[in-house]
Design a protein around this ligand. Sequence first.
Ligand SMILES: [Zn+2]
Length: 148
Amino acid sequence: MRTQRQVVDYSLQKRAVLRELLAGRIGTYDVCDASPYLKNAARFHGEPTEHRCPICRSENLTHVHYIYGDELKQSAGQARTRAELPVLAMTLREFQVFVVEVCPGCDWNHLVEQFLLGRDGLAGEATDATASAAADGSTARRRREAQR
Ligand SMILES: [Zn+2]
């Protein structure tokens, strides 16, 4: 998304959890604990993905986008479909998005990434700072792809 910035990727944390699980230091009940709210959000606002659940390997993961920020008022903390985000990003100056992956089969859930969206990201779009931020973004993406 055009105004996306300050992306934090949680794939390292996720892999650490999966390692702990594999080593038997934690159980699936510790990580497959999606709340009814999260599961509902996944059902009604979730974005289907092509990624298999790392735990049960029988369902594809769903991404849920939670939005936070003062400008959102009572909508803060709600889940939104991915399609709604660019619209909000043109309306609001800045809000935080948290992406959570959920398995509809076994209730595995984990934070995928967080980032900022909003019109403030358009200011000085053509400056060097933005260009280097974009370069960082593509580096991070390449790194993520390499990890798969
Ligand atoms: Zn699963």
